[in-house]
Every structure is written in structure tokens, then in C-alpha cells.
Design a protein around this ligand. Structure first.
Ligand SMILES: *Cc1c(COP(=O)(O)O)cnc(C)c1O
Length: 489
């Protein structure tokens, strides 16, 4: 190969001194490992002081700063104020705690730099293999397609877009939603995640297109109400298109009756989309997989891998049973994007299966983690979160001042402190204060919600670092703070 003349007058972002860069990079890895090793001893979260916050104001830097000084700001002013979801006592919302292998993979993916929009590359093989592994883990048939996306919301949008296009009766690449003969209707329970409302908006269908079906005492979709809603819409001249079943709701982790919904979709000729962001991954967990039986019958399934698999943020996946429909939904022709028979472009375009064109190499973290730990380890880890939720539930049930607010299905526990003499508004204020003090003292991060008008604390266990004793501590602290709040000032 011809040698290219080194010319210091031309700019490159590579380091001038590779040895110095190597030392700095190794130091970053050492610090990251020390940070993870010491997590348990620090606060879960702490608020950023106003003075530190002010450091983020000002114009963009016109001149450069040595990287070691920039990095010192990362450790000094960012690390202490992280969300805390990597901490063993983070149970706010349902998030995921990440892991070092995944973080190293993100670094390696960045160095590799491959754009996963398409192309004949090793990275594309990894991307395709990860979606195929996920297809098999979820029990989807061979030939079904999948696409890695940034997160669960986008995975749901991919599935709902395929549903809309499959059920529209017109070609939406040529025509618009206004050309659909009758307005489409999607059905989801009143516990549905709000990303589905966003999806209706983005899909041009509007909020009216999402029919909210009531849930029963266990927060599962009421099948009679669903049947009636579909019937009534047909009679009104609307076009029922899709049922969105939630396998693991955000509020309580309740799971809609997927097999019955799948039967109904079969009878009615409707698309079945399963939002499995919380629950689908339980399909690999020996003790819990019965909870999500039937999700393999979905026409499309949304998965969240930063939740169930503890991959660092962010990565999700949409699976679609009918590959032709999936591709026809997203593929658009362009002269500058032609599949070649030779060379780098001689490969299927992965961007034909989703809304993104350029795509990051987020597959690598999932691939490395699945290979290092194996599916069985993840299955046992997910079972462990359910067992921990049951442990917490039993602690709540034993404590006369605590009340369980919803059945514990998977890994979410809803409860509240219920001292005598407080009405509903008083209980809301009291429990909100308990939650905030837990957060502000760095003891634990939990969230709250309102179930049928009743406020409660919400503990979502999606964390491979949690130990049962952390939950013992949580209950003790809720009782301690609750009692403190009742002391006359
Ligand atoms: C988390 C979640 C989503 C959204 O996923 P993101 O990864 O946050 O985009 C959608 N549906 C359910 C049920 C979820 O729990």
C-alpha cells in the first residue's frame, strides 16, 4: 500500500501522544471498576447543588481543554449526581442497572464505529444474530423478523406501525391515513404505557384511535369489555385493527390474558401486538415463564433489553411475525440506497425494518452479555427479581401499618404506609414525603403511582445487584420515616 505523508498541519482527532492517551484510558477503566465495586457504600442518588448546576451554563468551548481536565469534570461533577439506577437499592420505575460487560461493549462498539444501517460487515452479523437469538428466546417462528431499536417505546412504535399498515387497506407509502376507508381502532387496557398514546399521535391516527378497555381487580384487561368495545366499533362503522396486550404493566406488572386475547384476535381478524417491555423476558425464566404464556402468538412484540437483560441504556427490540409486512412497512426506495451484488453494500439493508437510517452498534453489548452469561443465567436472575418481590410482599403483609395495594404478579410491589387517622389526601402527602426522604437521604429510590384513585409507593425490582436484605432495610426505613413524620413537630 502506498505510504501517505504525515502532515502535522492537517487536523485529525486522533491523539498526538498515543502513550499518554493509553494511560488516561486505562485510568478511566480503573475508575469505572472502582465505582462499581464501591456502589453499595454510597447514596443511591443525591440532588445536584445549585453552584454545580451553574457550571453547565455558558457558551460552547471555542478552544480545546486537555482531556484529563475534561475527565476530571466527569468524575467530579457528573458521577456524584447520576440517576442511581446502577445502585443495588434503586427500584424507581422499571429500569435496569446495566453491567460492566455491556459498558465495555458500548466502548468497543464506539471504537469499531460501524453504522448498522446496512452493509456487509461483522457488526451486521452480530446485529442479525442478536435479533435471531431474541426471536428464539421469545418462541417466535423461524422467518419472523426483528430490529434492534433504542428502547421499548420505539419497539412499540415499530410494531404498531406494522399493525397500522397491515390493517389500513391502502398503501400508506402512496396514500395517507385520510384515505383509509374507515377510522382504525386500537384497543389497550387502562393500564397501557403512555408510549402508545405517543404512537397514535406519530402514526397520524390521533388519541381517539386508542380505545381504553377497563381492567379487573387484578389490573388485567377485562375480556368482556374488550369484546363489547370491538363489537360496538364495528356497528358504528369503524375498523377495529389491533389489540395491544401488555405483558407486565408499568403500574403493577399485571399481565393481560394474552392467550384469550390471541384467540379473540384470530376470530376477529385483528393484529395482536404485545407490549412485553417488562414481562416478555420472563419467557426465559423457568419459574416465571408461565406468566407470559402465549406471547409467542403475537403478530408483533416489543422487548426492552436495558430492562430485562440489564444491558446499559439503551437498547430495545421489535419482533414481527410476518417479515414481508415488516419490511413493506418501512422500506422506501432511493437511488443512493441500492443493494449491490458485490462490495460493502452487498447486504440487506437493516434500516428497511425500522424508522432509523443510521443505526449504532448496540447489538454488541447484548451479544457479549448473552455469550458471557448465557440465557439460563438471565432466566434465573429474572426469577430472582420475582422472588425478591414476593419477599417484599410478605414483609408488607406482616406489618400492620403497611398495606399491599395491588396483587404482586411479577417484580413490582405497590404498598403504602397507613397509620390511623389519615384520610386519602393525608395518606398521599404522608407517603409522598416518605418516598422523597428515601430519595433525598440516598437510602433508596422508589417511585409512586395512583391505583383506582388511591396513592401508593411503587417498588419495581429490575436490578441484578439487589439482595433480599436491601428490601428488609427498605421496609425498616419506610416504617422509621413514617413514624418520624407522625411525631408532633
Ligand atoms: C418501559 C416501558 C415502555 C417504554 O420503554 P422505554 O425503554 O422506556 O422506551 C413501554 N411499555 C412498558 C410496559 C414499559 O414498562
Amino acid at each position: 500500500m502506498a505510504r501517505i505523508r504525515e502532515d502535522a498541519s492537517e487536523i485529525s482527532l486522533d491523539p498526538d501522544n498515543w502513550d499518554e492517551m493509553r494511560r488516561l484510558a486505562h485510568g478511566m477503566v480503573d475508575d469505572a471498576i472502582a465505582r462499581l465495586q464501591g456502589l453499595r457504600d454510597g447514596p443511591v442518588w443525591q440532588p445536584m447543588p445549585a453552584a454545580t448546576r451553574q457550571g453547565f451554563e455558558g457558551p460552547p468551548p471555542a478552544k480545546g481543554t486537555p482531556l484529563d481536565a475534561v475527565y476530571a469534570d466527569v468524575t467530579g461533577t457528573l458521577y456524584p449526581y447520576a440517576m442511581g439506577n446502577i445502585h443495588p437499592r434503586f427500584w424507581g420505575w422499571y429500569m435496569g442497572a446495566g453491567c460492566l460487560t455491556g459498558a465495555l461493549a458500548d466502548f468497543l462498539a464506539g471504537v469499531d464505529g460501524t453504522n448498522l444501517g446496512g452493509g456487509d460487515t461483522g457488526a451486521a452479523q452480530v446485529d442479525l444474530q442478536v435479533t435471531d437469538w431474541l426471536r428464539q428466546m421469545m418462541g417466535f417462528p423461524e422467518g419472523a423478523s426483528g430490529i434492534l431499536v433504542n428502547a421499548g417505546s420505539m419497539a412499540n412504535i415499530v410494531g404498531l406501525t406494522a399493525a397500522r399498515n397491515a390493517m389500513a387497506g391502502v398503501d400508506l407509502h402512496q396514500q395517507s391515513v385520510a384515505d383509509i376507508a374507515a377510522p382504525l381502532r386500537f384497543y389497550a387496557s387502562d393500564q397501557v404505557h403512555n408510549c402508545h398514546m405517543k404512537a397514535m399521535n406519530l402514526l397520524g391516527l390521533g388519541a381517539k384511535a386508542l380505545v381504553r378497555v377497563p381492567t379487573d381487580d387484578a389490573f388485567q384487561m377485562d375480556m368482556d369489555a374488550l369484546r363489547k368495545a370491538i363489537q360496538a366499533d364495528r356497528e358504528a362503522g369503524l375498523r377495529p385493527a389491533c389489540v395491544i396486550a401488555t405483558a407486565g404493566t408499568t403500574n403493577t406488572s399485571s399481565i393481560d390474558p394474552v392467550p384469550e386475547i390471541a384467540d379473540l384476535c384470530g376470530e376477529e381478524g385483528l393484529w395482536l401486538h404485545v407490549d412485553g417491555c417488562i414481562g416478555a423476558m420472563f419467557a426465559i425464566a423457568p419459574e416465571s415463564r408461565h406468566l407470559v404464556a402465549g406471547i409467542d402468538r403475537a403478530d408483533s412484540l416489543a422487548l426492552d433489553l436495558h430492562k430485562g437483560l440489564q444491558a446499559p441504556f439503551d437498547v430495545g427490540c421489535a419482533l414481527v411475525r410476518d417479515r414481508r409486512i415488516h419490511r413493506a412497512t418501512f422500506a422506501e426506495d432511493a437511488e443512493y440506497l441500492q443493494v449491490a451484488t458485490r462490495g460493502l453494500a452487498a447486504a440487506e439493508f437493516l434500516h428497511d425494518y425500522g424508522p432509523e437510517t443510521s443505526r449504532g452498534f448496540r447489538a454488541l453489548k447484548v451479544w457479549m452479555m448473552l455469550r458471557q452469561f448465557g440465557v439460563e443465567t438471565f432466566g434465573r436472575m429474572l426469577d430472582q427479581t420475582v422472588a425478591q418481590a414476593r419477599h417484599l410482599t410478605s414483609l408488607v403483609e406482616k406489618e400492620p401499618q403497611l398495606a399491599l395495594m395491588a396483587p404482586t404478579v411479577a417484580a413490582v410491589v405497590c404498598f403504602r404506609h397507613e397509620p390511623d387517622g389519615l384520610d386519602e389526601a393525608g395518606l398521599r402527602a404522608h407517603n409522598t414525603e416518605i418516598m422523597l426522604r428515601l430519595q433525598e437521604t440516598g437510602i433508596a429510590v422508589i417511585s409512586d403511582t395512583t391505583l383506582r384513585g388511591r396513592h401508593c409507593l411503587r417498588v419495581a425490582i429490575c436490578n441484578h445487584r439487589t439482595r433480599s436484605e436491601d428490601l428488609d432495610l427498605l421496609v425498616a426505613e419506610v416504617l422509621r420515616i413514617g413514624a418520624d413524620l407522625l411525631q408532633p413537630a
